[in-house]
Design a binder for this molecule. Structure first.
Ligand SMILES: Cc1ncc(COP(=O)(O)O)c(C=O)c1O
Length: 397
């Protein structure tokens, strides 16, 4: 039986049947089970920020797997506090909670917002707990995060949802002013909306939102799961506006393929959390945190953020040229840095299939965007190769 047949017969139908079986990756390249090579600008949906099988990451993971893979949070491991220290040093303080995925990290943010609401209500539970999210946001598929993801395709079939989530519009501060009130515990947003089509929040909007949250004593929660870990050229997306959230979530690129999520929160709000209030068996285990430490070490040694900053202008100019050359099909260049995409006048799936046939892997976003997520250590030559494929495929319409 082929792997494709095995998948169909045995894997739950929530993903549909993927078109290709991948067996190996190296840097920005992957190979399928027929030996065919692809340039991987899907990066496992913004996960493989330092590319496939990076030697330093591999060495760290291998070494840790042979030493101590797991011990639970009943014991201290050597890596989790070091990783948390790195994140806190970057933020100039705060505390970190480790978990295993993006949705779990956002769930921790939402639980923090309940504690903030309780504090705001003078210690009374269940009084202040409204969360304001954005239209077209994607925060995950657990019960809290799904409620904060106001999309019919995500929520349908799973109602009733977590109550008291209001929906405002990204970059429309007035829509937030109408909803953020004394009954509100938190605002949650992605600094660049990823899944719905690469819409950045403007720096001015983020600064106004920060001021509004301060005025109303509301937590500003940033979802950095996709736009964080260097995707936009700064370690976190909010840094581009100078805004400091009260708490934020990370996952995806944090482990470069080893599942790990994290929530950072300011010391002021960390004080809400007492022993026993939250937890997860695998969270921050030595193997996952070794992988994430390796990612930070590679970022430092190889100046990964500089690579994104240095190569982004030409990459985006190349994409813009393709948009301009195909005005009927390509309607807009979207996104920021290495989190960019081309908006089409039609559904992206057939184009993503054509690009794959031509040797380039990328991902759809929303109803009409072809999303390009190169590894953050991609070279000029790899970016040029992708531009050549995009150009040829779109021109052959
Ligand atoms: C911005 C954002 N938040 C949350 C999630 C959910 O993360 P996970 O799939 O790891 O649960 C995603 C995943 O695509 C995401 O892009």
């Amino acid at each position: 039986m082929t792997t494709s047949e095995l998948w169909s017969q045995n894997i739950l139908g929530n993903y549909g049947l993927p078109p290709v079986t991948l067996v190996r990756g190296q840097g920005a390249r992957v190979w399928d089970d027929t030996g065919r090579e692809y340039l991987d600008f899907s990066s496992g949906i913004a996960v493989l920020n330092i590319g496939h099988a990076h030697p330093h990451w591999l060495e760290r993971v291998r070494e840790q797997a042979g030493k101590l893979a797991h011990c639970s949070n009943l014991f201290i491991n050597e890596n989790a506090p070091r990783l948390a220290e790195k994140i806190n040093a970057h933020m100039g303080g705060g505390k970190v909670f480790f978990c295993n995925s993006g949705a779990e990290a956002n769930e921790a943010l939402l639980k923090l917002s309940r504690l903030h609401g309780m504090a705001k209500a003078g210690g009374e539970e269940g009084k202040i707990y409204k969360v304001v999210t954005c239209e077209n946001a994607f925060h995950g598929r657990l019960f809290g995060t799904m409620a904060a993801t106001p999309q019919e395709k995500i929520q349908h079939g799973f109602r009733p949802l977590m109550p008291n989530v209001a929906v405002a519009k990204i970059n429309d501060i007035e829509s937030f002013r109408k909803l953020v009130d004394d009954e509100t515990a938190a605002v949650i947003l992605e600094c660049v909306q990823g899944e719905s089509g690469l819409t950045p929040a403007t720096p001015e909007f983020l600064r106004e939102l920060r001021a509004l949250c301060d005025e109303k004593n509301v937590l500003l929660l940033c979802d950095e799961i996709q736009c964080g870990m260097g995707r936009t050229g700064t370690l976190f997306g909010f840094e581009q506006s100078g805004v400091r959230p009260d708490a934020f979530s990370m996952a995806k690129g944090l482990g470069n393929g080893f599942p790990i999520g994290a929530m950072w929160c300011d010391d002021k709000f960390a004080a809400y959390v007492k022993p026993g209030m939250h937890g997860t068996t695998f969270g921050g285990n030595p193997l996952a945190t070794a992988a994430a430490l390796a990612v930070f070490e590679v970022f430092e040694k190889e100046n990964i953020l500089d690579n994104v900053k240095r190569l982004s202008p030409a990459w985006r100019a190349g994409l813009k040229k393709i948009v301009d050359a195909n005005p009927e099909l390509c309607t807009e260049l979207r996104g920021v840095g290495f989190m960019s995409g081309i908006r089409l006048s039609e559904a992206p799936a057939p184009w993503i299939a054509k690009l794959r046939d031509a040797g380039l892997l990328c991902v759809p976003a929303g109803n009409n965007v072809v999303r390009l997520l190169p590894p953050l250590n991609a070279t000029q030559a790899e970016l040029d190769e992708a531009l050549a494929v995009l150009s040829a495929v779109f021109a052959a319409k």
